[in-house]
Ligand binder design. Structure first.
Ligand code: SF4
Ligand code: SF4
Length: 136
């Protein structure tokens, strides 16, 4: 893998429905963290903000083709401190990097890839592993 450039412009596109990137999955730890952050008990959080898909995975709900927690006026995440790992690690996912370069699919969604600071192989790997651990 080569090194990759990235700088988030806060455009908010990754928090809106974007085909294969439309889904925000939650593991149990992430659901607990979000519930606590919002001051809800877990059951109330799950009922209000998530659904279980046809494969049994828990996902964040969307509203108006965007994540329920995206503030449309500011493009800010309303649960930033407790956001799921997939949000923390985007765009450094195994499926967004191919042959050491950003894929065309992620380039289409994220205007921050290919610009800004150069991330070392080690930094990219840390993000990718965090994402994989969240999926376990
Ligand atoms: S939880 Fe926050 S960062 Fe993740 S998709 Fe929703 S608004 Fe975006
Ligand atoms: S799409 Fe990319 S540049 Fe835009 S908010 Fe998401 S990570 Fe940042």
């Amino acid at each position: 893998m080569s090194e990759l450039r990235f700088e988030c412009t806060q455009c908010g596109r990754c928090c809106r429905n974007n085909g294969e990137f439309a889904h925000v999955y939650l593991n149990d730890r992430e659901s607990d963290a979000l519930a606590e952050h919002l001051g809800l008990d877990l059951v109330a959080f799950l009922e209000r903000h998530t659904f279980v898909d046809e494969y049994g995975w828990t996902q964040l709900r969307t509203t108006g083709a965007r994540c329920v927690f995206l503030d449309v006026d500011t493009n800010q995440c309303g649960v930033y401190e407790a956001r799921p790992t997939q949000c923390r690690t985007f765009p450094f996912w195994r499926e967004t990097v191919r042959d050491g370069a950003w894929t065309p699919e992620v380039r289409e969604i994220c205007e921050g890839v290919g610009r800004g600071r150069l991330y070392s192989i080690e930094e990219v790997e840390v993000q990718m592993r965090a994402m994989e651990q969240a999926e376990d």
